[in-house]
Write a protein that binds this ligand. Sequence first.
Ligand SMILES: Nc1ncnc2c1ncn2[C@@H]1O[C@H](COP(=O)(O)OP(=O)(O)OP(=O)(O)O)[C@@H](O)[C@H]1O
Ligand SMILES: [Mg+2]
Length: 267
Amino acid sequence: MENTSAIKIEDLSYKYLSSSRLDQDSSTFKEVLDKISFKISEGEKVSIIGPNGAGKSTLLLNIAGLADEKYREGEIYVFGKKLDRKSIYDIRENIGFVFQDPNDQLFSTRVFDDVAFGLVNFLNKKDHSKAKDRDYIEEIVRISLKKVNMSGAEETIPHFLSFGEKKLVSLATVLSYSPRILILDEPASNLDPGNRNNFIDLIKNMEKTIIIATHDLDMAYDFSDRCIIINDKHIIYDGSSSEALTDSKFLRQNNLDLPLRFKGPKK
Ligand SMILES: Nc1ncnc2c1ncn2[C@@H]1O[C@H](COP(=O)(O)OP(=O)(O)OP(=O)(O)O)[C@@H](O)[C@H]1O
Ligand SMILES: [Mg+2]
């Protein structure tokens, strides 16, 4: 029997509806992904790279079941289960998604509630007795915030955090319930060097399937042996990060640039 992939995507196409407000009949579609296919094994780490507007976030939203299925063609399987209207809630249980914009993630009036939300939801779904165990929830929230260097932020109002702090708290909201797959859209944007390095160490050493979309090619190089590069709706590369990310000509052709470590006086 074939080993079940954590994620399998077959001929995924996606388009957005862009309708004119003045004339409802002149709705047009913008195709963003065109017949994308790949597999990711359980425990594998992958970086999705590509210029602005390439379709990285759209791809990640589709995998997590957060995109409108009306505009999707092709199949997505998560641990062998086909993503559809029926399976979506079970599949989402296995996926922790961090949005590119942390303001899409944080909706509570206390950091504590945002970090506890996924965990309590998860425990409730499982009818787990710990769902009502206040001490347990507090302990997990404390540990999750500590992992992202935001210890003691429980009572803070998320709205008043800096953008980088919001990114860190957003990460804690998915670490709290430990899903089998993490999908992180630009997870390190606006993080200072210390927090960025702490974060890379954290996710690199997790025994989980993790996909990140990033413009930080140094991070992609450090984080994953495999990268998938998308440009103009298509996968243009799927393979070794160290090969693709040292090829300056190939990167420039695709509106990308060498990781910083390969630039500068020595090169
Ligand atoms: N909700 C939407 N409605 C219409 N078009 C959209 C929508 N979201 C994204 N798009 C368009 O789809 C294309 C792909 O967007 P997407 O956000 O997936 O790109 P990206 O690779 O994540 O870019 P970035 O690097 O800037 O985050 C862009 O041209 C964008 O304008
Ligand atoms: Mg994006």
